[in-house]
Design a binder for this molecule. Structure first.
Ligand code: IDP
Ligand code: MG
Length: 168
C-alpha cells in the first residue's frame, strides 16, 4: 500500500461532547502517524471553501452552520493530518459511513453521531475520501510549516510583504 496523507477534522459536536481524547484513541488504532495538528475557529470563508462541492445540496446551509459552530455554540474544531500506508482508507473505516444511522456501531460516527431533526448528519468527524481531496484539504487547512513533513512542493515568498502577528 502507498504512503499517503489524510485530513481529519473533529467537528464542533466532537469538541462540545468532550470526545477529542476518545476519537484520537480510536484513530491511533490505525498506527498512522500524526504529522500536523491545530485547534482553530472555522469562519464562513473556510467552511465554503472546504464544502464547495456540496453547495447545491439541500442540507448545505445547515452544514455550514454546523462546521462554523453555530449549531453548538462552539466554533473550535481540531484539524489533524495523518500519514502512512493506506491512510485515507484506514481513517474512513474507523470513521464509519457518512450517515451515522448506517455507520458500523463500533465506528466513530456510528458510536457518537446522530441525525438532527433538520435531517443533517451530525457525524463528529470529517475524513478525506480520496488522494485528490486530501491534497486540496490539507493545503486549505495547513501551511507547509504546520506539518512536520514535506508533503507537497513549496515556494518561498518575501516575508516583508507579509503583515502578521508575532509575540511581543
Ligand atoms: P463525508 O463527510 O462522509 O465525506 P460528504 O458527502 O462529503 O460526506 O458530506 C459532508 C458532510 O455533509 C457529511 O459529513 C455530513 O455531515 C453532511 N451530509 C452529507 N450527506 C448528507 C445528507 O444526505 N443529509 C444530511 N447531511 C449530509
Ligand atoms: Mg466528503
Amino acid at each position: 500500500m502507498k504512503e499517503e496523507a489524510t485530513l481529519v477534522i473533529i467537528k464542533p459536536d466532537g469538541l462540545k461532547k468532550s470526545l477529542t481524547g476518545n476519537i484520537l484513541s480510536r484513530l491511533s488504532e490505525s498506527k498512522l502517524k500524526i504529522i500536523g495538528a491545530r485547534i482553530l475557529k472555522v469562519d464562513i470563508a473556510l467552511a465554503n471553501e472546504h464544502y464547495r462541492h456540496l453547495q447545491k445540496e439541500p442540507f448545505y446551509p445547515e452544514l455550514t452552520k454546523y462546521i462554523t459552530g453555530q449549531l453548538h455554540g462552539e466554533n473550535r474544531v481540531m484539524a489533524l493530518v495523518y500519514f502512512g500506508e493506506g491512510a485515507i482508507t484506514k481513517v474512513r473505516e474507523l470513521a464509519g459511513a457518512t450517515n451515522p444511522e448506517e455507520a458500523d456501531p463500533v465506528s466513530i460516527r456510528g458510536a457518537f453521531g446522530r441525525i438532527l431533526t433538520t435531517g443533517l448528519f451530525e457525524n463528529v468527524i470529517h475524513a478525506s475520501s480520496s488522494n485528490e481531496e486530501s491534497e486540496r484539504e490539507i493545503k486549505l487547512w495547513f501551511g507547509p510549516d504546520e506539518i512536520v513533513q514535506e508533503l507537497y512542493p513549496v515556494k518561498e515568498i518575501n516575508p516583508e510583504s507579509l503583515k502578521r502577528r508575532v509575540w511581543k
